[in-house]
Structure formats: structure tokens, C-alpha cells
Ligand binder design. Structure first.
Ligand code: ADP
Ligand code: MG
Length: 694
């Protein structure tokens, strides 16, 4: 700055050339230029500015043009504020500022700085104030130190506050926990992460009968019921790292009984803290409730079964009375020689037997254990054949339409059961149309792919569908939900048995199919029976044979009858002999097999399934087929022996009939079986392939 001041063109300005400057100005300039402190001088009426090197940065961009300029040009932005102070100095006063903040670029970047100023008057040779000396001291280090100290104090204070609140909180928590620990009705325990109890609260005494001090050192395994052990160890594994939501465990009371404890637990600071509530009362109550409900359901079921059994016993009694009464009367008439009346009693006895047979069938179907005789069946023909009977059953107010799809697949199903089901569906339809309406019986082929099958809950494959649609009341969903339940009926007492649809359901399931209901309230109902497709043609069977008088033996064929019940054996033998067959009898499986393994001529085996002698009828037949592979077999079953004969899936050349049966049916079955074997041997001779099935 000394150089600049010397080089400056002062001559054109108010101060004039340096050599003309008064001594007071020269001295002042020498002081500032020689000082290491930032100093500025404002001289004369124009307050012309001179400054030293230390002061230059304070002027920023205005250095060096500020040199030799009036104060107001060097400091235009603060001049307004400063002018009263400057005036005071020129009036002879000294002015001081402490810690004035100023943003300054001294090291290549703007930074906040603080300054102490003093403005003091400089007098000329006459003693008048001619200039103003501004001495500036950098207060930045001092202020920075102050700030740092203040910040430190501040954070210290805050830390202290924080510590205080934390301490308070922890204290409050601990107090609360201690209070709870002592007064809680719930078990509390602190355990190591391995599950060893370190501390137990007094509730252990009231809930489980143990002194808390005695609990210390034991583990949950010492108290847990053996059946809950696995659950407990699982919970312990969880709580070593995680909160345990809630787990119910049976803990042993000191008296040996068990209490249900609902535990919640969490790991905390290397320990496990657990709270257990005694919920024995609630758990037991729930269990009692369940047991009561179960008992109620059971008693309802028993009552229903009781009603059914009662009703059946009554029906059977009536039927038996009809049969035995007729037989007694027959005996009397025969003794009296009044042969004409015999026929009438016989008819009565037969009628009663048929009704009894129908009743047992219904029951077996309902129990899904009826003996089914699935055969390739043309549903179209079955529906058309049934039409007249349906019409007679439902009355003239209802129109029946049978719509048989053309090219319909044969179904593999017991045709007489299907007839029964169809009739039942039509009776339900009639009941839903008290004022008349229309029943449509339809058939259709349905191919269920995997997805459709899954939706319908059946195996994928091809099905024949027989549907019955009515224009009746329809069913709301809450009725549909229950219709397959046995005994479910919405009909008045005495009118509905609630067995129709449950029987159809059982029958369809047992046949490898399904029943589906579609219904709209007020519009009507469709019930569809899905039956598995039979791959092959429907053989033109016994229909014609049935219509004809009883078929008679043609070649003196021999039939072996095996049954342990002498009356049945006698009856079957009599029928066979009437028809011209030779009958051989055996009373058990051993005797039967002996005959079968001899070289006696046997064209057909008629056998009971349940037999004494160590083998059932099916096993005996299989053993016989080792030496007589083409032996025809007719099983006669009395009850649920379905599984014994193969659940309706019989080997070729085998057939099944359920007891009781009409004599003409038996004759027709025997005839068709023997004829099939006869036809087969003919075909065998000509070397043609054959369908080895009756
Ligand atoms: P039941 O005919 O003896 O009542 P079902 O098992 O045959 O027993 O039928 C059970 C119930 O299903 C009936 O009581 C009736 O409410 C309802 N239902 C069956 N078929 C139909 C139908 N076609 N239309 C309306 N409701 C029906
Ligand atoms: Mg019904």
C-alpha cells in the first residue's frame, strides 16, 4: 500500500500532491502503513480514504479503487448508517464497535468474520479534527472460540437433560415392573437364553403352588406336560431371537394337576422375559362346549337313526306279518285241499317280500354299501322305457318329455338302480310342482378335461349325464347345501323321508360318478347324474329273455350251488331243477372247492359270498378258475359284501345278484350266463376273437 499511496495521482484530488500534505496527515499515513493491524484513514472535508495492507481485504472488490476516494464511495452500502458516527468523530468523539460480523473472502472462499473497530479523531497542527483513524482488530478467533465453547456447553446441557429423562424413564419402568412383578396375577419369569429360570415372581405361588425361590434354576421343561414338550421347545427356540406371540402350554401344578398357561415372551438384554397367564378355565370351557356340541350332534344322529330304525322295524313287521300270514293260510288251505286259494296267498306273500326287498335296497344305497351290478347301459332306452311309469307316478297335471341325445355314450352303471334314481328325481320334481308343470328328462355326453373335472370334483374323463329338470319351486342355496344329507327334508312329517337325494348321491358316488344340482327359486331345478362312460357297445341283453316265459335248460347243463343257508340252497336248487338244469349242492367253501377241482361237469357256479370253510365265495371262485379258467360265476349276496366281490368291478364271466331276488330274475341271469359261455365256445371253435363278458 505504501507503494500505491506514493504512486497515486493525488494532485488532481482535494488532498493535492503529497509534498503539499500537512505534517499531521503525513504522520497519520506513516502510522497506518507501518502497522500490522488493519487501519483506515478518512481525511479532510471529503473524508478521503487511505488504508494499509491489512485493511485491503475488508474492502473486497473495492480494493484498490477505494484508495483516494471519499468514504461514501468506498463504503456506499453502509454509508447511510455510518455517517452519523463519522460526524460524531469529526465533532471530536471516539466511537467503538465490538464484534461486528462481516462476511469476508480472505483465503479464497467467503467466511464469517468478526471485528472490533474504533473510530478516533486525528487533529491537525491547529488542533482541529482533520481526519478519522479507523483501527480494526480481527475478533474472529476469539468469537470462534466463544462459539465453540457455547456449543459445547449447549450439547453438554442437552446430554445432561437426555440422561436425566432416560434415567427417569428407566426408573419409572423398573418401578412399574417391580410393582407388577410383585402384584401381578400372571406368572413372570426371567430366564437365561438357554431357558434356565433366574428369577420368578410371587404369582408362581398362587398359580402353580411353587415358592418363587424354588423355581430359580429350573427350566420350562420341568413343568411342561409331556404332550406339549415339542411346542415348548419350538417356542423357546423362537424367543431366543424373536418376540414370541403367544403359546398355550400345560404346566404342572405342585399338586400334580395341569394348568393351561398362555405364555408371551421376548428376549431382552441377553435374557428372556416371559409372562404366563392361567387360561385353564377358558380352555376347559371351550373344550366342554366342544364336547357338549359333539354329544348333541351324536344324540341328534342317534335320534335320527332311532327314528329310521323304528320306522323300518314297523314296516318290516307289517311285511313279515303279510308273508307269514300268507304262508300259514297256504298251509291250511293245502291241508284242506282248497288249492284255488293258494295262488292268492302266494301273490300276497310275494308282494310283501318285494316291498321288503325294496326297503333293504334303499337302506343299503343310503349306506353306500349296496351291491351294485354295473353293466353297459343305454340311458336313452332306459329313460324311454321308464316314461310311462313316471307318468303314472306323477299324474296327469305334469307333462313328461324325454330328450335323448343321439349318439349318446353307454354308461357303466347298475341299470335298476339308475331307474330307481330317475324315478326318485321325478317324484321330487312332482312334489316341487303341486299345480302341475313339466318334467324334462335329458341325456348328454360330457367330456371333463382336467380343469373341468377339478371344478366338478370328479376324475377327468368321459361321462354320460342324465338330467331331470322341473318347472317347480326351486331351492334356495341354504336348502341345496343340505339336500344330500340323509334325513334332510323340507316336506311335512310323514311325506318326506329325506332319503331320496342322499341315496342318489351315494349311488352316483359308488358308481364312479357324481350328482350336481342347479336350481333357481321360483323357476325350477335341474338335477344331473354323471356316470362314467362305458367304452364299447351295449350288448342286447336279457330284456327279451325276461319278457318270454322262463327260459329252460337245453342241454342238461350242470350248476353248482354253494350256500350255507339250506333254505336258500333248496330254493335255488328247486328253481334250477324246474328249469331243467342239473343242480349240485355244497354247504361251505371246502366242499364247494372240492367239487370245482374234480372233473365233474360244472357249467355255472352259483355261490353265496359269505361262506364258512375259510374262504369267501370270491376266493373260492378264483381258486376254481385256476383249473377252470372259463368257469362262469354268479354271486348271490345278502348284504354289504360289495368289497368282497370287487366293488362292482368283477372279472369277466362273473356276475352278481343281491338277495332277495325274484325267481324269474334268477332264471334269466342263469340262462344268459350259460348262453354266453355256449356262444363263446362256438366262437372259439371258429377261431374268432371274443368279448368275454356276459
Ligand atoms: P324328500 O323328497 O323325502 O324330502 P329328498 O332327499 O328326495 O327327500 O329331497 C330332500 C329335499 O330336497 C326335499 O325335501 C326338497 O326340499 C328338496 N328338493 C329335492 N328335489 C327338489 C326339486 N326338484 N325341487 C325343489 N326342491 C327339491
Ligand atoms: Mg324325495
Amino acid at each position: 500500500m505504501a507503494t500505491r499511496i506514493r504512486a497515486h495521482d493525488w494532485a488532481g484530488g482535494p488532498l493535492g500532491p503529497i509534498k503539499g500534505w500537512p505534517q499531521s496527515l503525513r504522520t497519520a499515513v506513516e502510522i497506518i502503513v507501518g502497522s500490522g493491524h488493519a487501519m483506515q484513514l478518512a481525511w479532510g472535508a471529503e473524508r478521503i480514504v487511505l488504508y494499509n495492507d491489512a485493511y485491503a481485504p475488508m474492502l473486497g472488490e473495492r480494493h484498490p479503487v477505494a484508495l483516494g476516494r471519499p468514504f461514501r464511495d468506498a463504503w456506499p452500502d453502509v454509508w447511510e448508517e455510518i455517517v452519523p458516527l463519522v460526524d460524531k468523530v469529526f465533532a471530536g468523539e471516539t466511537v467503538r464497535f465490538e464484534d461486528m460480523p462481516l462476511v469476508m473472502t480472505r483465503h479464497g472462499y467467503p467466511e464469517e468474520t468478526w471485528w472490533n473497530f474504533s473510530y478516533s479523531p486525528v487533529r491537525d497542527e491547529m488542533g482541529a479534527v482533520a481526519g478519522l483513524l479507523n483501527v480494526t482488530v480481527d475478533a474472529t478467533p476469539k468469537i470462534r472460540a466463544e462459539h465453540a465453547e457455547a456449543a459445547l456447553r449447549d450439547s453438554e446441557a442437552r446430554l445432561r437433560d437426555l440422561a436425566d429423562t432416560l434415567e427417569q424413564k428407566v426408573a419409572a419402568r423398573t418401578a412399574e415392573r417391580d410393582r407388577m412383578w410383585d402384584t401381578s396375577p400372571d406368572l413372570m419369569v426371567e430366564a437365561s437364553l438357554e431357558g434356565v429360570y433366574q428369577r420368578a415372581n410371587p404369582a408362581w405361588r398362587s398359580v402353580l403352588g411353587y415358592e418363587p425361590a424354588d423355581v430359580v434354576g429350573s427350566t420350562a421343561a420341568d413343568f411342561t406336560h409331556p404332550d406339549d414338550m415339542k411346542l415348548m421347545f419350538g417356542a423357546l427356540a423362537t424367543v431366543q431371537t424373536d418376540r414370541l406371540p403367544s403359546v398355550n402350554l400345560r404346566f404342572r401344578h405342585r399338586d400334580g394337576s395341569y394348568c393351561w398357561i398362555q405364555w408371551v415372551a421376548a428376549p431382552s438384554a441377553g435374557l428372556i422375559f416371559a409372562i404366563g397367564r392361567d387360561v385353564t378355565v377358558a380352555v376347559d370351557a371351550a373344550k366342554h362346549l366342544r364336547e357338549t356340541e359333539e354329544a348333541l350332534r351324536q344324540s341328534q344322529k342317534m335320534e335320527a337313526v332311532g327314528q329310521l330304525t323304528g320306522g323300518l322295524a314297523h314296516d318290516f313287521n307289517n311285511l313279515l306279518a303279510g308273508i307269514s300270514g300268507s304262508l300259514e293260510l297256504m298251509q291250511t288251505r293245502l291241508q284242506q285241499g282248497r288249492f284255488n286259494d293258494v295262488e292268492r296267498y302266494m301273490a300276497a306273500a310275494q308282494g310283501a317280500s318285494k316291498r321288503a326287498a325294496a326297503l333293504t335296497h334303499r337302506l343299503l344305497a343310503f349306506s353306500r354299501r349296496q351291491t351294485l351290478d354295473p353293466r353297459p347301459t343305454d340311458a336313452n332306452r332306459l329313460a324311454v322305457d321308464m316314461q310311462e311309469m313316471i307318468q303314472r307316478t306323477v299324474g296327469p297335471a305334469i307333462t313328461i318329455e324325454v330328450v335323448g341325445a343321439s349318439g349318446v355314450w353307454p354308461a357303466l352303471v347298475d341299470p335298476s338302480q339308475l331307474e330307481n334314481a330317475l324315478l326318485n328325481l321325478c317324484i321330487n320334481a312332482r312334489d316341487a310342482m303341486p299345480d302341475g308343470g313339466r318334467i324334462t328328462v335329458e341325456t348328454a355326453n360330457k367330456w371333463l378335461d382336467e380343469r373341468a373335472a377339478r371344478q366338478q370334483g370328479m376324475p377327468e374323463g368321459q361321462y354320460l349325464v342324465l338330467s331331470v329338470t322341473d318347472t317347480g319351486t326351486g331351492m334356495p342355496p341354504e336348502v341345496i347345501e343340505h339336500v344330500f344329507e340323509p334325513f334332510f327334508t323340507t316336506k311335512p312329517l310323514g311325506e318326506g323321508t329325506g332319503l331320496g337325494l342322499s341315496m342318489i348321491y351315494g349311488f352316483a358316488q359308488q358308481s364312479g360318478g357324481q350328482v350336481r344340482i342347479y336350481s333357481e327359486v321360483g323357476n325350477g331345478t335341474t338335477v344331473s347324474i354323471y356316470l362314467p362312460r362305458y367304452y364299447g357297445a351295449v350288448p342286447d341283453e336279457s330284456e327279451d329273455a325276461l319278457a318270454n316265459p322262463l327260459p329252460r335248460s337245453e342241454q342238461g347243463e350242470t350248476v353248482l350251488v354253494v350256500d350255507d343257508e339250506p333254505t336258500v340252497r333248496m330254493l335255488v336248487t328247486d328253481v334250477l331243477e324246474d328249469l331243467g338244469y342239473t343242480a349240485i349242492e355244497a354247504g361251505d367253501s371246502v366242499a364247494g372247492l372240492k367239487l370245482l377241482q374234480s372233473d365233474t361237469r360244472i357249467d355255472l357256479l352259483v355261490t353265496d359270498v359269505g361262506l364258512p370253510g375259510g374262504m369267501n365265495g370270491r376266493q373260492m371262485a378264483d381258486a376254481a378258475r385256476v383249473t377252470r379258467p372259463n368257469l362262469k360265476v354268479l354271486f348271490i349276496t345278502g348284504y354289504a359284501e360289495n368289497s368282497a366281490v370287487g366293488n362292482g368291478h368283477l372279472a369277466p364271466g362273473m356276475a352278481v345278484m343281491s338277495k332277495p331276488f325274484a325267481v324269474d330274475m334268477l332264471a334269466a341271469r342263469i340262462r344268459s350266463l350259460i348262453e354266453a359261455s355256449r356262444g363263446m365256445s362256438t366262437i372259439r371253435h371258429s377261431g374268432q376273437p371274443t368279448l368275454d363278458r356276459p
